[in-house]
Design a protein around this ligand. Structure first.
Ligand code: TYD
Length: 226
């Protein structure tokens, strides 16, 4: 998605990638690293970062059949509420927001995976989030096979889709990132976790050097070096 970026004082980082890419692990690494340096950090995920989002998550991932267009609208509703009530206020307070999935997930899963139309889902998502884009999106690139192996036995509605669906999703994440390399970091999810952690830190450290998100003085914690 490309759009004029609304001004805010914080830093907005999103993690994207196929199911089983290891996003939550990297989100937790980044949260701990930022917190140790004294930054005010909000970690959240989509769908599900708010109470309404948790209800939408149940309906769309663990409920009965949902028609593809209804699915796209439910994911968009989650984003709209999440951005209005949680993400934008935190950015306006100058915090670092780290989200596990954002608008690109819908463009890849509903637009490309469900074949609902990338252009339509892009504009739906853009409208839902009021044009708010991450400063950096980390794409953890995972093959459908590796993702399936890592997911194990528990499968939600989206995870149960065929490899061909996940291959379309994967390709679309790569296409989105290739169109705007300055705002994306693509990493091979098959790499060791510590290698990925270092690559994410390096890129985020460069962004932090350019701006001044809120640092909360926490005397009990010594700042750590990037
Ligand atoms: P995720 O929270 O990463 O799954 P889990 O916690 O089970 O590892 O994502 C939930 C699923 O929702 C995932 O398959 C991707 C899908 N999804 C969409 O299809 N569209 C969206 O807009 C979002 C945010 C997620």
């Amino acid at each position: 998605m490309t759009a004029a970026q609304p001004a805010h004082r914080g830093l907005f980082v999103a993690f994207e990638g196929g199911d089983g890419a290891g996003k939550s692990t990297q989100v937790a690494f980044l949260r701990d690293w930022l917190t140790d340096q004294g930054y005010a950090v909000l970690v959240t995920r989509q769908p599900g970062g708010t109470e309404l989002g948790r209800q939408i998550r149940e309906l769309v991932l663990h409920g009965d059949h949902v028609s593809p267009r209804a699915e796209a609208l439910l994911f968009a509703a989650d984003k709209a509420h999440h951005v209005d009530t949680l993400v934008r206020p935190a950015l306006e307070r100058g915090e670092v927001v780290v989200t596990d999935r954002y608008a690109d997930s819908s463009i890849a899963y509903q637009g490309a995976g469900r074949d609902l139309g990338v252009a339509e889902i892009t504009s739906l998502q853009h409208w839902a989030v009021g044009g708010l884009l991450p400063d950096l999106t980390v794409v953890l690139d995972v093959t459908p096979q590796l993702g399936r192996d890592r997911r194990g036995l528990v499968h939600d509605r989206l995870e149960r889709e065929q490899d061909a669906f996940h291959a379309r999703v994967r390709q679309h994440f790569l296409d989105i990132a290739a169109a705007d390399p300055q705002r994306y970091l693509v990493l091979d999810a098959g790499e060791r976790r510590t290698v990925l952690r270092a690559a994410v830190r390096e890129r985020v450290a460069a962004l932090l050097a350019d701006r001044a998100p809120v640092q909360v003085l926490a005397p009990s914690r010594a700042p750590v070096q990037p």
